[in-house]
Design a protein around this ligand. Sequence first.
Ligand SMILES: [Zn+2]
Length: 363
Amino acid sequence: GTKRGILERLDDGEVIVGDGGFVWALEKRGYVKVGEWTPEACIENPEAVRQLHREFLRAGADTMQSFSFYASDDRLGKGENEADSKFTRINKAACNLAKEVATEGDCITIGGLTQTPTYLSGAGKKATQEQFRKQAEVLVNNNMDVLLCEYFERLEEIEWAIEVCKTFGKPIAATMCIGPDGDLMNNSTGDCAVRMVKAGADIIGINCKFDPFVCLEGMRKMKAGLDAAGLRAHLMVQPLAFLTPDANKHGYTDLPEFPFALEPRLVTRWDMHRFAREAYEMGIRYIGGCCGCEPYHIRAVAEELAKERGKLPKGSEKHDMWGQGLRMHTKTWVRARADRRYWEELRPSSGRPLSASMSKPDE
Ligand SMILES: [Zn+2]
């Protein structure tokens, strides 16, 4: 219809606010199986997936990303016949849920695909690309506006995925789950950016595995890599909502608290405000979240950039931007916290006197 496409919006300098992490949010709510992290909830509990989409929309998201993480055929397994396989049913349902809620706003739909067991098994390029082709086909047949290759640890595999996506004629976004120290095959973060663009991605960047500020360190390296190569691309970042200054190049998975005790590391909405501002100033225009990011984290991004976007998210009038509603509080010292600077300058306590601030990553 008349909806403006993602590249049109980015070319015009608009900010795109992404959504948050479905796998983590829905695992905590009891809809995703730990360890598998696959999106069966799309067919088992569609109401839970739909509601999370709605909450991200209300928080200001401009995109609805299909909940199709790890939903490649080699990971999900086949049903009795191809037409009705679990793989097809889950991906189709994921697209329909994203589309349904996208029409309730002015959202772009994004069909996501990720790294595969086939690649890791060493089966080679042809077999791996066959997995990507199958999944991209379902996402495109179900009318996703954009294809997103996300959460890739190895440059070679995401290049193969981008090549396949390229054959479908949709805008392509590509984000690797790497930090400033490069991928797991010893490619530098800057080289990863260059090669994703050369493979055909329109929007590139980083998602998951590292906190907002470590991701921005990585994005700085990506930008420098592109500049040095004389290449241009739109930039995108979707970090964890957990602080990981102590992570090694494998990110949060090597932290001893992964995955069931990361809560003391949770970023606050104020951290997200600072992240959104720094990302914007760096020239990144697609700013969202990954694991741990709940709708209120996304709302913080949308509110921080409200002036640039010319709008506030729907939930803002309820929670009262910058805590202004606290002026109603009965205690004077709590009323005094109705102030942006108070929250920006606060160093929140963890409430855990025996905890260290940093861990030593396992290997
Ligand atoms: Zn994630």
